[in-house]
Design a protein around this ligand. Structure first.
Ligand code: MG
Length: 269
């Protein structure tokens, strides 16, 4: 399995340079801001990808006004759950699909927010419709749409995917999120979600000390995911895609942790 990392999209050229400087060959990049969406600038990104030998494996959608401060804020502000911002955000995802198409990127990815456990919930039905629309649009552009795991139970996510019922819909499996959001054992969740895997995040973390709070992210290998078991399980289910390292801090420490994670994964893959 090849290596990857998640990276910001504010300055795509600098980001590609950074990935290359860490000797990593793929990345999942946050959707660049609109000033990068012109034909000329997208061509420049493509040219830099070639020059640096770095492939963007997925574009990560994000939205204005999102807060990961605590569980309440996530429920209110993240993804497509909130009806007040849903339509505007779906449209942004569709535009991002065009950006991805112009860059030759085959996967669009997002946190769509906490999926309600009750199928008769209005928000559940609204989410199904919204994701059907996105998946259909992505299909037209030759892309898959990957949902980031972890904010809900694996069974809820699997039920949701079955209800959306689109072959281009799958998951980006993030084992640490399952601990951060105090959901279930990530390795066990792979038994349920394995057949929908499009990509993975190699991230580590620990559960919250108190119920209802958010857990804490740790450098890879230092949390409770059990990365060795995680990689073994990925092999067992036949995953051959990139191992995308995600470390959600900034600065020198982030670089250090990513390089350490890379070393660890090179031993385990
Ligand atoms: Mg993640």
């Amino acid at each position: 399995m090849i290596m990857g990392m998640t990276i910001k999209g504010d300055d795509p050229l600098a980001s590609l340079e950074k990935v290359n400087s860490l000797n990593i060959s793929t990345c999942q990049m946050y959707v660049p801001p609109e000033e990068w969406w012109s034909k000329g600038r997208l061509e420049l990104i493509k040219k830099t990808m070639q020059e640096k030998g770095v492939r963007i494996t997925a574009l990560l959608c994000h939205f204005e006004g999102e807060s990961y401060e605590d569980i309440g804020a996530i429920k209110r502000t993240v993804g497509l759950l909130n009806q007040a911002t849903r339509e505007k955000r779906v449209r942004k995802i569709l535009s991002s699909s065009e950006v991805a198409r112009n860059l030759g990127v085959k996967v669009l990815q997002a946190h769509i927010g906490f999926i309600p456990e009750d199928r008769s919930d209005l928000d559940y039905k609204g989410l199904v419709k919204a994701v059907q629309r996105i998946a259909d649009y992505c299909k037209k552009n030759g892309q898959s749409f990957a949902l980031e795991t972890g904010q809900e139970k694996a069974r809820t996510l699997a039920m949701f995917i079955e209800d959306v019922n689109r072959s281009t819909l799958g998951v980006n499996f993030d084992p640490a999120n399952m601990l951060l959001y105090d959901a279930e054992d990530p390795i066990g969740a792979l038994d349920i979600l394995g057949k929908y895997i499009i990509g993975v995040h190699c991230k580590d973390g620990k559960r919250p000390a108190k119920r209802g709070e958010l857990g804490k992210e740790y450098p890879l290998g230092e949390g409770d995911v059990d990365i060795r078991r995680f990689i073994d399980k990925l092999k067992e289910i036949g995953y051959t895609g990139p191992l995308t390292i995600e470390r959600e801090i900034a600065g020198e420490r982030q670089i250090k942790d990513i390089l350490k994670a890379k070393k660890l994964l090179e031993k385990l893959r």
